[in-house]
Write a protein that binds this ligand. Structure first.
Ligand SMILES: Nc1ncnc2c1ncn2[C@@H]1O[C@H](COP(=O)(O)OP(=O)(O)OP(=O)(O)O)[C@@H](O)[C@H]1O
Length: 990
């Protein structure tokens, strides 16, 4: 067969994922290249590029791939090749320079080579080539710690891939997606990508992909607090697949990291010593940093401070071959914990601050959270209580992590320390007990013993029997682990315990932690454990645990005794209710399934029941955690294995709200935190940032979600009519009031009223609104009596309300009354990470039904990301809508730079002049460019003023007529910008 045919066949086999056959076919054809040159017509360069691709992607064999391509790694040589071969060679060389295990790699060359390849693929409309370029970029970004850019490149690769039948590209999109999601703390996204990766690995029989998927699964289980034994089993499976394949152990290291963490939790520290010893022998440079980090962690736990310090010193002074800033941040955190343990608090703080800064620069949430908690711990040791309190509050922004056991345990511990330092020993003990249970749920022996010590310290004078059993357990653990100083501390405390004549029997609930630790394997077991404890405290009654699914179904999970005949279920968002002789207690709240326990309680016994509930209250967070854990396991082991879709990351009430930035995530967390409050909310932010969407989200997550949401824009109603629109009027209340009108406040009864542009509320109406907020009553015009209404008010404005107060245009008392829960929506230019996801969202939602998918080039996306968006998300939405019209008639519609408005294009040109020059050169005459610019400018101003012609004309220095003329000439429809005006008529949504 001719080489040309062989190459064509190889390409089609590669697209089908049959790369093993390609390797067998191509290997014998490789010949040495003549020294110093590569003849233009030789098939060798392309054969080498294809084979290098297989060696790299299928076997992870960097050195063999590099041997094949190294002779071509000189640009003067590549210049002699045909453009297509040159692009292919540049692509795979780019990949090699991005590859984290390539110790000879120069990372900047990776980007140059990939750009070289992209130029050609772009001209040739080679979608497959462009997709592999984006994947190469994603890998390179991951290697140099640019995680947001890596996620963006992956999104672009995924969009290009939509039109390709390339299973291998699919595999890599998921593979790199899991890595990026794991590091940035997007665990649901990681789970989703992992499931797809596993399905693909199954379909293609690709062992490397299978092994990688298992390694990620082990890591995911670890960060989510999975049982150590299960983590170890997954790691073993991963190692069995990978070790035969991968000559360099960087990949294996992922699985090994999970193994070491599991062993650390189980207390098998000597086994860790042995493994580190073994692994450090080979490929020393590659794994040096992770090994040093692991060894330092262990030295710290053993309180061998000198070794710990030396190891970290060594690590911080040698640059790592990949992800060096990530590793340095981890090392800094460990330094901080190490100095904290030695009570050198100033140095500890220095390191923790440094780690916090770099974690923030990298945008890695789990590391930011870790830094915050270490900083809080240091502040507690410094007795800087308000500082500690502030740091712990900041950590609450990441509350979604606290449903995962490792974070929950740490948080309980710190809260315990804080309460102890504030002189609240009972509260502190409750939190330590929660930490203790969470650590034992995790199977973390060292920290369990540490919490046993902490609880014992607090109870030793009041309950020496409990203190004794805790101290004995702690001493044994510390001695077994070889942590001598802690063991001695426990023994010393044991010797000085006051003697108790007859040891009091252990209260049933104090065994609960241990029972739950075993029970967290499944929801049914947790329910059973809980019921058994309750039965001891409240014998001979009907007791049950129920689940309420998001679809609204109630199911009994476990029950003891006979259920009352007609059983009526409580409202799922009430933490505690008593109805028809049954007491209900919420065990786990939203999001996800809600759990309740029910008990038959006669009315006269209700007080006794409440006493039992009070006694059990400290355990409720632990039960909730055990349930969370069991649900997580069910997802990991059930659906992950058989490919079902789990519940989505974004809870459904917020599905219209699209975001990726940490600031927006923090905002969403805040919305969840205030969901059960009925206080007014004040949303501040520039025009078009999504304030109304946020208001809708507050409503949709609250217990008012079934009742109406009414939006009212104070700026769009003539001032003299606002009063009657808001508060309603009786028939004949004023001239022209031919019908009675209830007004929007009454229309929102039971639900939420959204008052947009509250800064425009006329001064005369303000006292009436204040009265309503204070009294919950309104006085419709012409009415004789006040009317009571139950409405939650959410107000929003883009104006500076404090300035309006100073200028006397807004009442101060009303401002304070509205500003109970302030929410701030940042402008889009301060959260550019949201732009790619918003763009994709609008590309999907704004195209007509049935129209083909539209993609976007990286140049266009880059321009969208650079532009400052004075009109925020609304302007971005208009921009995409406009571009979609331009490309609608293309067979494979793609938005390129030239399809964007000139102002946006300019943002890109300022950064990369040549790109825009080519766009202008290629397309239009000067008049057209000027017309476009003028059109975009007018559209932008119209967007900023929400279609108000007079205001826009003023801003542009035109008369109304002048503006109308221009709009007519340029084909601008002002109606498009009046979206908000249309929505001022009260609309009820539920
Ligand atoms: N995070 C987001 N995800 C999806 N769409 C968004 C997001 N933010 C804003 N939008 C869209 O942008 C447009 C403007 O949003 P919205 O009307 O909520 O802004 P606003 O801040 O209330 O504006 P104004 O201050 O002018 O009243 C809407 O079409 C909205 O759907």
């Amino acid at each position: 067969m001719q080489h040309t045919q062989t190459i064509a066949l190889a390409r089609s086999l590669l697209a089908e994922g049959r790369s093993g056959e390609v390797a067998r076919m191509l290997s014998p054809l490789i010949e040495p290249l003549p020294a110093g040159s590569a003849p233009a017509d030789s098939p060798q360069p392309i054969l080498r590029a294809l084979l290098a691709r297989v060696r790299l992607l299928r076997q992870g064999d960097v050195s063999s791939a590099y041997r094949l391509l190294k002779p071509l790694d000189v640009s003067t040589l590549r210049e002699h090749l045909s453009p297509a071969v040159r692009a292919e060679v540049a692509l795979w060389l780019g990949w090699l320079h991005a590859w984290p295990e390539n110790l000879e790699a120069e990372r900047t060359r990776a980007f140059n080579l990939l750009a070289e390849a992209e130029r050609f693929f772009h001209q040739e409309l080679n979608t497959a080539g462009r997709c592999w370029v984006q994947l190469g970029r994603a890998l390179a970004y991951l290697t140099i710690d640019e995680y947001a850019l890596a996620l963006q490149a992956l999104d672009e690769a995924a969009a290009l891939k939509e039109r390709l039948p390339d299973l291998q590209a699919d595999g890599w999109i998921q593979d790199l997606g899991v890595q990026a999601a794991l590091l940035t703390g997007r665990y649901h996204r990681a789970e989703r990508a992992l499931r797809q990766l596993q399905a693909l690995a199954e379909r293609t029989g690709d062992t490397l992909l299978k092994g990688r998927a298992l390694a990620y699964q082990a890591l995911l289980k670890h960060v989510q607090g999975g049982a150590p034994a299960e983590i170890l089993a997954t790691v073993e499976a991963a190692e069995a697949l990978l070790s035969g394949l991968v000559p360099l152990p960087h990949l294996l290291w992922l699985a090994r990291a999970a193994r070491l963490a599991a062993l650390r939790r189980q207390g098998h520290w000597r086994e860790i010593d042995r493994l580190l010893q073994r692994w450090s022998g080979s490929d020393a440079r590659l794994v040096a940093h992770p090994i040093l980090l692991e060894a330092a962690e262990l030295a710290l736990l053993r309180e061998d401070f000198t070794t710990c310090e030396q190891l970290l010193e060594r690590m911080l002074t040698t640059p790592a071959p990949a992800q060096s800033r990530l590793l340095a941040t981890r090392a800094a955190l460990l330094q901080a914990r190490h100095f904290l343990r030695r009570n050198q608090l100033a140095r500890a703080r220095e390191w923790a601050d440094r780690a916090h800064r770099t974690a923030q620069e990298l945008g890695l949430e789990p590391l930011i959270l870790e830094a915050l908690l270490v900083q809080a711990q240091i502040a507690l040791a410094e007795k800087a209580l308000s500082q500690a309190q502030m740091l712990l509050q900041q950590a609450e922004v990441f509350s979604n992590y606290f449903s995962l056991l490792p974070w929950a345990a740490w948080r309980f511990w710190l809260l315990g320390e804080r309460l102890q330092a504030e002189g609240q020993p009972d509260e502190a003990r409750a939190h330590y007990v929660q930490a203790l249970s969470a650590y034992s749920l995790l199977g973390d022996r060292y920290h369990t013993a540490q919490m046993q010590l902490a609880v014992a310290q607090l109870v030793r004078s009041t309950d020496s029997a409990q203190a004794r059993s805790l101290l004995e357990a702690a001493a044994q653990t510390f001695e077994a682990l070889g942590v001598a100083s802690r063991g001695q501390q426990a023994r010393h405390m044991l010797q000085h315990l006051p003697h108790q004549a007859s040891p009091a029997a252990l209260a049933p609930e104090s065994q609960l932690g241990n029972v739950l630790a075993r029970a967290a394997l499944s929801v049914e077991l947790v329910a059973e454990a809980w019921l058994q404890v309750l039965e001891q405290l409240w014998p001979d009654r009907w007791l049950a645990v129920f689940q309420h699914t998001p679809e609204g179904e109630w199911t009994s999970i476990r029950a003891h005794g006979e259920a009352p005949a007609p059983l009526s279920f409580p409202s799922p968002d009430k933490p505690q209710t008593y109805q028809d002789g049954v007491a209900w207690l919420q065990l786990r709240a939203l999001p996800g399934p809600v759990f309740f326990m029910a008990a038959r309680v006669a009315e006269i016994e209700y007080a006794d029941w409440q006493a039992i509930v009070a006694r059990l209250r400290p355990w409720l967070p632990v039960v909730a955690l055990a349930l969370d854990h069991a649900l997580l396991r069910a997802r990991q082991f059930g659906e992950l294995a058989n490919g079902h879709a789990p519940e989505d990351t974004q809870p459904s009430p917020l599905e219209d709200l699209v975001y990726a930035s940490p600031t927006m995530r923090a905002l969403v967390n805040q919305i969840y935190r205030v969901r059960s409050s009925h206080s007014p909310v004040l949303i501040l932010g520039e025009s078009g940032t999504g304030k109304e969407l946020i208001a809708r989200a507050v409503h949709a997550t609250s217990d008012r979600r079934e009742a109406p949401f009414i939006a009212f824009n104070c700026a769009n109603v003539p001032p003299e009519l606002i009063d009657s629109h808001l508060f309603g009027h009786e028939k004949g209340a004023f001239t022209g009031a031919l019908q009675a009108n209830p007004g929007v406040i009454r229309a929102a009864d039971g639900g939420t009223l959204f008052l947009d542009e509250i800064g425009d509320l006329p001064l005369e109406v303000q006292p009436k609104l204040l009265r309503f907020l204070q009294e919950g009553e309104i006085f419709p015009l012409g009415a004789r009596r006040p009317v009571r209404v139950n409405v939650r008010v959410i107000a929003a404005t883009h104006r500076d309300l404090e300035a309006l107060v100073r200028e006397g245009k807004f009442r101060e008392d009303l401002y304070y009354r509205l500003n109970v829960i302030p929410l701030y929506v940042p402008p889009l230019r301060e959260r550019r990470e949201d732009i790619p996801v918003l763009v994709r969202h609008f590309l999907n939602t704004l195209r007509p039904p049935g129209a083909p998918a539209v993609s976007i080039t990286s140049r266009a996306m880059e321009a969208l990301m650079r532009y400052d968006w004075p009109g925020n998300v609304r302007q971005l939405r208009n921009e995409i809508e406009r571009a979609l019209v331009f490309v609608a008639s293309e067979p494979a519609p793609t938005i390129d730079l030239k399809d964007l408005s000139p102002v946006v294009q300019r943002a890109q040109r300022d950064a990369t002049a040549p790109l825009v020059r080519s766009a202008i050169d290629s397309s239009q005459p000067l008049e057209a460019i000027l017309a476009d610019t003028e059109k975009a400018l007018i559209e932008q101003v119209l967007a900023d003023h929400r279609g108000r012609i007079s205001a826009a004309a003023r801003a542009l220095g035109l008369t109304r007529q002048g503006l109308y003329k221009k709009m007519k000439r340029l084909g601008i429809d002002p109606g498009r910008f009046q979206h908000r005006r249309a929505s001022t008529n009260p609309t009820a949504t539920s």
